[in-house]
Design a protein around this ligand. Structure first.
Ligand code: S3P
Length: 178
């Protein structure tokens, strides 16, 4: 039985916000891979990348993701680049249901620039300006999100409650029919 709900999607799409609310609604534990990475390293994402580069961050992210197969009855918000570890997702999907949260690039740009945590959580991936980077990296990753997801939910047009209801309705259908 798929006892984990994974949330994937681009930076600032709302994975942590929706993940916490979903876990509360379902009475499940909430985990956030970025938090697990920062706890493992004892540093912010920005400091990890400054010290070890993005390669160092991705190595730790891969270790954290691999360790999630032992989890159960939880909602897990993943970092926007978690889908880069494509070799891990067939195994993770044996244990979990994957929800891809989407939003228009302009909304993502606004959220990243407005979010105070972006400075320490979201160092530049490309050296480009935020909105140019969003469009470039999103276009590269969309095929990976699409390949990995069991369901797509557009967060830009729905309320948190509607997003939760859509996820839960589809998740319960999958569980009933698995
Ligand atoms: C990243 C997204 C971030 C964080 C890190 C890398 C990415 O998490 O994992 O900055 O590669 O898009 P959020 O998606 O929660 O912002």
């Amino acid at each position: 039985m798929k006892e984990i709900i994974f949330l994937i999607g681009f930076r600032a799409v709302g994975k942590t916000t929706i993940g916490r609310a979903l876990a509360d609604r379902l009475g499940l534990t909430f985990l956030d891979t970025d938090v697990l990475i920062c706890e493992k390293k004892g540093a912010t994402v920005k400091a990890i990348v400054q010290a070890e580069g993005w390669d160092g961050f991705r190595r730790c992210e891969q270790e954290v993701l691999r360790g999630l197969v032992d989890q159960s009855r939880c909602v897990i918000a993943t970092g926007g680049g978690a889908v880069l570890h494509q070799h891990l997702w067939p195994l993770l999907k044996e244990h979990g249901y994957v929800v891809w949260l989407t939003a228009e690039p302009d909304i993502l740009c606004q959220r990243i620039e407005a979010d105070s945590i972006s400075d320490t959580l979201r160092p530049s991936l490309s050296g480009k300006a935020v909105c140019a980077e969003v469009r470039e990296i999103l276009a590269l990753r969309e095929p990976l999100y699409r390949e990995t997801a069991d369901i797509i939910v557009d967060t830009g047009k729905l309320s948190v409650s509607d997003i939760l209801n859509k996820i839960i309705t589809n998740y319960e259908f999958v569980i009933r029919n698995s």
